[in-house]
Design a binder for this molecule. Sequence first.
Ligand code: SAH
Length: 263
Amino acid sequence: MSRRPGFPARLDKAMQSPPRGALAPAAQGKPLARALPILPVAPAGLGMDSAAVRTRMVQKLAAQGIQSTQVLAAMGTIERHRFVDSALVNQAYEDTSLPIGLGQTISKPSVVARMLDLLLAAPLASAGPLARVLEIGTGCGYQAAVLSLLAREVYSIERLRGLHDKARDLLRPLRLPNVHLLLGDGMAGFEKGAPYAGIVAAAGGEAVPQAWCDQLAVGGRLVAPTQMADGKQALVVIDRTAQGLKQSVLEAVHFVPLKSGIA
Ligand code: SAH
């Protein structure tokens, strides 16, 4: 890939500068050295080439029922070990969630694959790559990187400044100009990027915020962990059709809580 770096933007700044897809580059002018906490080689214990372990991970995902060849290819491409702490790289391709700081976790590969597989089953995705996608909960930026290979534009919102900064630093060397990182409360969605062909939440709330439904394009799909009446979380899929919204409740999941405000 020979793409230029994306421009992470603060939501409050972005709100003041309207042009869609031209968000203010908050990271410009910072010394590059600070932005390169990446591994120069394959992680220790993973052998000479992390591609082989990624291929095994992808084979397992396919065997577990992930249908979309695009999702499988994207997960075979993005190096998950870049997004986890150096002490945890040996577990980067295991099907496990891992801590990313500030009490948050990177979702396990099977869950990321499942959510994106559902997203790509939306009617709007059948015509080609998804146009614009919104992710709520950037975390370390892994899923945003995977999404960058599946959608033309990716807007990803994080409410914790520490993780927003971390994702910006981890994503910079990948040079993904279609990923727009936003610092803000994702409960309100991100109106400026709407309508979205896909919306995916990486944190679970008590209900799906109305703003997300409002910002979904006709033919688009929203995938969000949501608390059920029994207090347990399940994956909720909402499709916007010409006739209105259609909701399905799928399997039980365990995501970190969706919280309001910026911290
Ligand atoms: N997709 C991420 C997973 C991050 S975990 C990855 O690939 O690493 C979920 C994230 O959602 C956490 O970082 C948490 O801070 C964030 N979050 C929770 N509520 C939020 C909100 N209202 N707006 C934006 N981000 C939120």
